[in-house]
Ligand binder design. Structure first.
Ligand code: NAG
Ligand code: NAG
Length: 518
């Protein structure tokens, strides 16, 4: 009897002291937030090595199906051990933030390590970058573990309009983990797929027009498209420096904000970061993770033509959004409904102008990236086009063509004064933005606009205005395909957008893990 109760006491002590948690799975990594992971590190329930081992195992198991990851970092476990050692001896900066947290990077973001940086194309396999991308330098400084590279629509969807979203030569077709037959959207498809399916803690994507917001919407994750220049584009395979931006794609608003805090700021290799640094608030962005952030916010609802098809009255999407609008009001937001951005037709027509400007800007930007590589199979857009012609069978991309590349290469021959053409287009974008979103916000005294669902019109407005946007999970349609809600605002409005997005997420908690339906 006495022996038994002693045994019981010892057992109870061992259980309470967490003796078994190291070997049992008391702490669940799946769906864990950065806050959860940091707490588990602190309480010795988890190491970065265990975390990386978990993700590597999951990638081995699920990636052959999902194809969200192109490469894993052969040094990931080494980096995890280093993080664990630093935490153990209390190295300054080794608690909290991104320290010891594994992150996946879209494959157009350069890393100077064993990983390739290829934009999903064989043409860049074996190229050697001169240095880490600006955002990667900041991530490493914050102690994040580069877990690998995520897949994308090849060349960030600027090779051809003919290929499906989420397809690239090197990794094939990325799959939506919720409904495998549905699009994952792109071009940051792999980043969305991978964090949704818990193949990594957090990820980075890039956006020129829609490439963070759309895959975030379709993969039920939170995506932040920062104001252009807030995050450095140095070392990112470019489309156009006028619109390109790098941002987090994560399972929660707070995770995305922690990543944003780590990557924003001045970088001597990207001039635009100097000007945009004025938008960064003292103390960073996490102070805006306010669960009551919706209180007193004025939000303008953009409906037509922002609703996608399938949003007709009575549809599940439509009802869900009406419900969300009620929730926003209940949380203290003032909704100004049925707003129209003026000249929305001109804006839509302006998309042709955007393509023309982007095509003209792409060639010099890409050539500059290729020329500064330490080594590369291709050194110019012309060489990439020739490579694709020669190796299209190897890439299985033959049927998808490369007409955008060809246009970008040859357009300059047809246009006599490129500089004047570009200047005119850019001034049109600026006018459309001032008379569009900026005027709408001013006249209606709005803090932000909200668009139900992903919309190419809104992504275009945000693109040419260099404005920020945040997509938050909003629901699942009758097939189980996720959709998001998008909040947008003028340059530098990230603090307000974060308060709104966090307030919305706290009040709704829509996200659930994927079910891998066929
Ligand atoms: C990078 O590409 C080379 C082929 O050029 C390959 O041998 C290597 O394994 C790749 N790196 C990783 C980390 O997959
Ligand atoms: C350039 O002009 C020629 C002749 O008008 C035309 O056939 C060709 O399609 C144009 N190329 C591009 C890329 O617009």
């Amino acid at each position: 009897m006495a022996n038994n109760s002693l045994l019981f006491l010892i057992l109870a002590f061992l259980l309470l002291s967490g003796f078994f948690t190291k070997t049992s799975s008391a702490f669940s990594i799946e769906e864990a937030t950065i806050d959860d992971l940091q707490l588990a590190f602190k309480q010795n329930q988890l190491t970065s090595r265990q975390l990386v081992e978990f993700y590597l195992k999951r990638i081995r198991r699920l990636n052959p199906l999902l194809r969200g990851v192109i490469e894993v970092n052969p040094d990931a476990l080494f980096l995890a051990d280093k993080a664990d050692r630093e935490r153990k001896v209390n190295t300054p900066g080794s608690t909290g933030g991104l320290h010891g947290i594994p992150i996946l990077l879209k494959d157009n973001i350069a890393t100077k390590d064993k990983l390739n940086t290829t934009a999903g194309s064989y043409a860049l396999l074996g190229s050697v970058v001169p240095r880490d991308a600006g955002v990667v330098m900041k991530l490493r400084k914050a102690g994040a573990i580069i877990l690998g590279k995520s897949s994308l629509s090849e060349w960030a969807n600027f090779r051809t309009d003919g290929a499906p979203s989420g397809f690239c030569g090197r990794s094939g077709q990325g799959k939506n983990p919720y409904v495998l037959s549905a699009t994952p959207c792109g071009s940051s498809s792999g980043s969305g797929i991978s964090v949704a399916a818990n193949l990594a803690a957090v990820s980075l994507g890039t956006e020129t027009d829609g490439s963070i917001i759309c895959p975030s919407s379709y993969n039920s994750v939170v995506g932040i498209k920062p104001t252009v220049g807030l995050t450095s584009r140095a070392g990112v395979i470019p489309i156009t420096p006028r619109q390109d931006t790098v941002g987090p794609m994560c399972r929660t608003v707070s995770d995305a904000v922690y990543v944003l805090d780590a990557i924003v700021g001045f970088d001597s290799n990207d001039a635009a970061t100097r000007e945009a640094a004025k938008y960064i608030p003292n103390g960073g962005y996490r102070q805006f993770l306010n669960p009551l952030g919706l209180k007193g916010k004025r939000l303008g609802i953009l409906r037509t033509p922002f609703y996608n098809s399938g949003n007709d009255k009575g549809s599940r999407r439509h009802q869900t959004f009406e419900h969300h609008f009620q929730t926003l009001r209940r949380q203290g937001a003032v909704l100004v409904d049925h707003l129209q951005i003026s000249d929305v037709d001109t804006i839509t027509a302006g998309q042709n102008g955007e393509l023309l400007a982007t095509l003209l800007e792409f060639k010099p930007a890409l050539n500059e990236y290729l020329e500064q590589l330490v080594a590369s199979p291709v050194r110019s857009l012309a060489a990439v086009i020739a490579f694709n012609k020669k190796f299209s069978r190897l890439e299985k991309t033959k049927e998808y063509g490369q007409e955008l590349f060809k246009k970008a290469e040859f357009l300059s021959r047809n246009i006599t004064n490129i500089d004047a053409t570009l200047k005119k287009l850019v001034s049109t974008f600026s006018k459309l933005s001032k008379n569009g979103l900026e005027k709408l916000i001013k006249t209606n005294k709005l803090d932000a606009v909200v668009a139900p669902d992903f919309s190419y019109v809104l992504s275009f407005v945000l693109a040419i205005g260099q404005y920020p946007g945040i997509s938050v999970p909003a629901g699942y349609d009758s097939d189980g395909v996720p959709f998001g809600i998008c909040f947008g605002g003028p340059k530098g409005s990230e603090p307000k957008l974060i308060e709104i997005a966090y307030g919305f997420e706290t009040a709704t908690k829509v996200r659930r893990p994927p079910a891998f339906k066929p």
